[in-house]
Ligand binder design. Structure first.
Ligand code: N01
Length: 543
């Protein structure tokens, strides 16, 4: 009794903030910066020892961003004016340096508590405040609870029999040791061929004594066309930055890539191929999002893109049997409805003598043993096992926290049948809780910094509106949430996204409800959000 009374006293006496932000990635630090500018009393809690969010945890060899310079940075001139990158697609360590630079310029970390994992939060109805707890026993109260946990903060690890028994080194890419780990001279196994797997495989192929890649679904990876960038080139490029940043706010995925508004099928085949070739040479995501308007909605149009990709890719693989595995004649799923990744020498890796591929659909992993991986065909001996098996994406970072709204229901319970939100910002029964880059917002379909700014400004506007109107509480209505969910599901049904078992669909984690977790189309999304704000937050109840 005494200890619960002490806890209650501690909860009652906790420091009261206007907002507590969780996560020091792009979204979290943008919130911290802007809310502070607007005079709110805010603090940020970050589980990692440093800033960077995804770039803190995913420090595996080869980790680098898939967005070309200058798309993956803040559009704040005070920041971009003096910052230069060394490569067109920067690596994780350079991104971390960028975060340190931003920290210095905006003086952020004085309000960040690192090494502080938020594990629970409950809404105190009497005070209209969140009571937020951390694993080290700290308690803080905040009017607003702003979750910026990113789309990939909860790693997914398959439930392999014997995984704990493995005697060598074993790492998930999203929990890579900060001190690093070397592949040199080792027998390395990589499970998974998503964006993380591709990057690890490229690096491990250089130094591993032997590399075994366990593939379930071939990735439809695109050429990165990486290149070094010098300062002079970037100083010239900067004349165009304001326009580039304007365009990125107005395009489908928050990039500066405009698509061809025609159907792929109304264009003569030679012209179509010429466009595909141009996009291919530009590199990066140009081939994915710079194509024709019906690629993600029309299967026949989509097939033209798959076939071009397949022929280009197969030409790089010497062994026809391996080519059938890596770039099959028939698509494993429509092109681009599972996230393509960018590669530099991924396909050439499989021409090397020290690399082998195991198709786990044909030869499943039976168990992990101390010596390595036992498949249906026998033992693959390993010194290192890399799990590039992805994340409980978009929702996992939120539902892994014990968040209790009105009536004591947890967010995890609330979303058992699937995530339900209004505008991808809020969910009924959880007043004053807003999340960014979350489910049913553009999230994984949007370049991170673009949405950190666009969604971020909406949140800042909302908090200002509350303050100006003396409101203490905002909550999405169940009806608005239902309509938003139906609206997004209807959009999903018009696309080919449901045709792949991807994390976009929540389909990469066994048992997770299948639904389109990301809203396709930043302009349409922001238009809706801004209309709601202009109509005094229609669909929310403000008290
Ligand atoms: O995860 P994923 P990721 N047995 O879910 C396989 C971003 N990102 O970490 O396709 C065997 O994409 C799974 O197989 P399948 C980016 O948005 C960006 O690679 O489900 N295999 C798949 O091959 C990306 O999309 C960057 O059949 C199993 C892989 O593991 C997102 O993060 C870099 C398995 C998981 O792929 C996630 O990427 C890295 C099992 N039981 C990540 N379970 C850049 O910007 C899963 N797999 C460059």
């Amino acid at each position: 009794v005494q200890s619960s009374q002490t806890q209650k006293q501690k909860d009652d006496d906790a420091e009261v903030l206007d907002a507590l932000i969780v996560g020091a990635g792009f979204n979290g630090i943008y919130q911290l910066h802007r809310l502070r500018q607007e005079g709110f009393k805010v603090r940020l809690f970050e589980a990692g020892a440093d800033m960077g969010g995804i770039w803190y945890w995913n420090c595996y060899p080869g980790a680098r961003v898939d967005s070309h310079v200058p798309i993956y940075e803040f559009s704040i001139e005070e920041l971009w004016r003096d910052w230069n990158w060394t490569e067109r697609f920067p690596a994780w360590d350079e991104l971390r340096r960028y975060f340190h630079y931003v920290d210095k310029k905006l003086d952020l970390s004085r309000d960040i508590r690192f090494g502080t994992r938020v594990c629970a939060a409950e809404f105190d109805e009497a005070r209209d405040q969140w009571v937020i707890r951390t694993t080290d026993g700290a308690v803080v109260r905040a009017r607003f609870f702003i979750l910026c946990t990113g789309f990939a903060s909860k790693p997914y690890i398959p439930n392999y029999k014997g995984l704990e028994s493995f005697a060598g080194e074993s790492f998930h890419t999203g929990l890579w040791p900060q001190e690093g780990a070397s592949f040199t001279g080792k027998r390395v196994g990589v499970v998974g061929t998503g964006a993380s797997g591709v990057q690890v495989v490229q690096e491990a192929s250089k130094d591993a004594a032997h590399l075994t890649v366990f593939q379930r679904t071939p990735i439809l990876a695109l050429p990165m066309q990486q290149r070094k960038l010098d300062v002079e080139t970037q100083q010239r490029m900067k004349a165009d930055y304001p326009e580039i940043f304007r365009v990125r706010r107005e395009t489908f995925g928050g990039f500066d890539i405009l698509r061809d508004e025609r159907s792929a099928l109304e264009v003569p085949p030679e012209e179509r191929c010429a466009l595909y070739e141009r996009l291919w040479q530009k590199g990066g995501f140009h081939y994915w999002i710079g194509g024709f308007s019906d690629i993600l909605t029309n299967e026949e149009a989509n097939r033209t893109m798959y076939d071009f990709w397949r022929d280009k890719t197969r030409a790089r693989i010497k062994d026809p049997a391996l080519a059938d595995k890596l770039a099959p004649m028939e698509p494993p799923h429509p092109f681009g409805v599972k996230r393509p990744s960018l590669e530099q020498w991924y396909y050439e890796v499989f021409n090397q003598d020290n690399v082998s591929l195991i198709d786990v659909r044909e030869t499943p992993i039976a168990e992990i043993v101390p010596e390595g991986v036992r498949t249906a065909d026998g033992l693959v001996e390993l010194d290192m096992l890399v799990l590039a098996t992805g994340f409980d994406a978009v929702t996992g970072g939120l539902t892994q926290i014990d968040i209790r709204g009105t009536g004591g229901v947890t967010l995890k319970e609330r979303w058992t049948e699937g995530a339900r939100t209004y505008l991808g910002f809020a969910t009924s029964g959880f007043p004053n809780m807003l999340f960014l880059y979350g489910p049913q917002s553009p999230s994984g379909f949007c370049n991170g910094p673009t949405c950190a700014e666009l969604q971020g400004e909406w949140v800042v506007g909302c908090l200002k509106h509350m303050r100006e109107n003396n409101k203490r509480r905002i909550e999405a209505t169940a009806q608005a949430e239902e309509e938003w969910t139906q609206f997004l599901n209807a959009i999903a049904d018009m696309t080919l996204f449901p045709r792949a078992d991807s994390w976009y669909m929540g389909a990469n984690v066994p048992g997770k409800p299948r639904q389109l977790l990301n809203f396709p189309g930043v302009p349409m999304y922001m238009d809706r959000c801004n209309t709601v704000a202009a109509k005094d937050y229609e669909g929310f109840v403000l008290d």
